[in-house]
Write a protein that binds this ligand. Structure first.
Ligand code: NAP
Ligand code: ZN
Ligand code: ZN
Length: 349
C-alpha cells in the first residue's frame, strides 16, 4: 500500500479538497499508472452532489484517466513501462457471467467495479478515481492509447468518447444518415465529431446560440436552437438517429417528434428526475427510445484505435486541480468548451 495525493468530496455537495488515498501494490496482473490527465465528466458532478442517490463518501471522482505505465506485474502482457495507458469507467467485473463473456462488462450481473463511487469486486474495498496521481488497475481493464493522440485530448475519450461511439455503432450510424445531437457539452461534442467522421449529416440541437460556430467547426452541417419552439415543428420527422446528452430534466416527447418513422433516440444523459413519455410519441412512426451506458472494454479499445486512425481527440480546457470546484459550477451552467481536463501535475506541486 502507498498513500498518494488526491482530491475528494468529503460528503454530498461538499467542495472537493485535498485528500490522500491508498493504492494497492501492483499484483501479478496489475498495471501501475502515473496519471497525466483526468477529464471532468458531468457524471462526476451528479455523483459528488449525490443527485442520483447512493453516493459513497469520501469520493475521489475521475473516470477519464490517461497516464504512463510506471510498473507492471509479472504476468502483464499488454503493457510495459512508458506506454501510454487509459482507464475509463470500470476497473473490474466478475468476468464469468453472460454479459462479461459478451464484452459488456458494464452490465456484469454481479455489478461491475466502477472506477470510483463503488467498490472492488470484494465489495469491501472502495474505489477511488483519477483526481489522483496514480492508479493501479488489472491489465484487462486498462486500455492502450494510440501514441499519436495528444494525452490531454485523449483523456475524455475514456468516457465521453465511448459513451457516444457505442450507440452510434449499435444503431449503425453510416454515410448519409441524418443524426441529431442534443446538447453541446463533453458528450455532445464527441458525438458530433464521431458521427460526422462516420459520414452522417449531423445537426446540432442546442440551447446555446453562441455555440453554433463551434458546432459547425466540430463537424455539424446544421445547427438548431432548441430554446425556440419553432425548431421542433420545422425539424419534425427529420432524423434517423438522435443522441441525447442533456444532463437536466427536459421533455423527451418533443425530441421524439423530430425522428423519422422507424427512427431511434438514444438517451445517454442522465437527468436526476424521471420525465413522462407518452405512448403516442413512439407509436406514431414506430419509433424507438433507447438508452446506452458507456461501452465494454473491447469496444472502448476499438473506439480508441478508431480515434487514433482518424486523429480524433476531445477539445479541452486544461485546468489545475485547484480550479475543480469552479469547473463544476461552469459545467452546471453549460459553460464548458468542451471538456475540462485536469493537469495532474498540479496535484503534485
Ligand atoms: P456537459 O458537458 O455538462 O454537457 C451537457 C450539455 O447539455 C450542456 O452543455 C448543454 O448543451 C445541455 N444542457 C444542460 N442543461 C440543459 C437543460 N436544462 N436543457 C437543455 N439542455 C441542457 O455534460 P456531459 O459530461 O456531456 O454529460 C451529459 C450527461 O450524460 C450527464 O447527465 C452525464 O451524467 C451523462 N453521462 C452518461 C453516460 C452514459 O454512459 N450513459 C456517460 C457519461 C455521462 P447546450 O448548451 O448545447 O444546450
Ligand atoms: Zn463519464
Ligand atoms: Zn460479470
Amino acid at each position: 500500500m502507498s498513500k498518494i495525493p488526491a482530491y475528494a468530496a468529503a460528503a454530498a455537495k461538499a467542495p472537493l479538497a485535498p485528500y490522500s488515498v491508498d493504492r494497492r501494490e501492483p499484483g501479478e496482473h496489475d498495471v501501475l499508472i502515473d496519471i497525466l490527465f483526468c477529464g471532468v465528466c458531468h457524471s462526476d458532478v451528479h455523483q459528488v452532489r449525490d443527485e442520483w442517490g447512493g453516493s459513497l463518501f469520501p469520493m475521489v471522482p475521475g473516470h477519464e484517466i490517461i497516464g504512463r505505465v510506471k510498473q507492471v506485474g509479472a504476468h502483464v502482457k499488454k503493457f510495459k513501462p512508458g506506454d501510454m495507458a487509459g482507464v475509463g469507467c470500470m476497473v473490474d467485473s466478475c468476468r464469468e457471467c453472460a454479459p462479461c463473456k459478451d464484452d459488456l462488462e458494464q452490465f456484469c450481473q454481479k455489478g461491475a467495479a466502477f472506477t470510483y463511487n463503488g467498490t472492488e469486486m470484494d465489495r469491501k474495498t472502495p474505489t477511488f478515481g483519477g483526481y489522483s496521481t496514480q492508479v493501479v488497475v488489472d491489465e484487462r481493464f486498462t486500455l492502450k492509447v494510440p501514441e499519436n493522440l495528444d494525452p490531454a485530448g485523449a483523456a475524455p475519450l475514456l468516457c465521453a468518447g465511448i459513451t457516444t461511439y457505442s450507440p452510434l455503432r449499435q444503431w449503425n450510424c453510416k454515410k448519409g444518415d441524418r443524426v441529431g445531437v442534443v446538447g453541446l457539452g463533453g458528450l455532445g461534442h464527441m458525438a458530433v465529431k464521431l458521427a460526422s467522421s462516420m459520414g452522417a449529416e449531423v445537426t446540432m440541437l442546442s440551447t446555446s446560440r453562441a455555440k453554433e460556430a463551434d458546432a459547425r467547426r466540430l463537424g455539424a452541417s446544421n445547427f438548431a436552437l432548441t430554446s425556440d419552439e419553432a425548431t421542433f415543428q420545422r425539424l419534425a420527422g427529420t432524423f434517423d438517429l438522435i443522441i441525447n446528452t442533456i444532463s437536466a430534466p427536459h421533455d423527451y416527447n418533443k425530441y421524439l417528434g423530430m425522428l423519422k418513422p422507424m427512427g431511434t433516440m438514444v438517451v445517454v444523459g442522465v437527468p436526476p428526475e424521471a420525465t413522462p413519455v407518452h405512448a403516442f410519441s413512439l407509436i406514431g412512426g414506430n419509433k424507438r427510445l433507447a438508452g446506452s451506458l458507456i461501452g465494454g472494454i473491447a469496444q472502448t479499445q476499438e473506439m480508441l484505435d478508431y480515434c487514433g486512425a482518424h486523429g480524433i481527440v476531445s477539445e479541452v480546457e486544461i485546468i489545475p486541480i485547484q480550479k475543480i470546484n469552479e469547473a463544476y459550477e461552469r459545467m452546471v451552467k453549460a459553460d464548458v468548451r468542451y471538456r475540462f481536463v485536469i493537469d495532474i501535475a498540479s496535484l503534485k506541486s
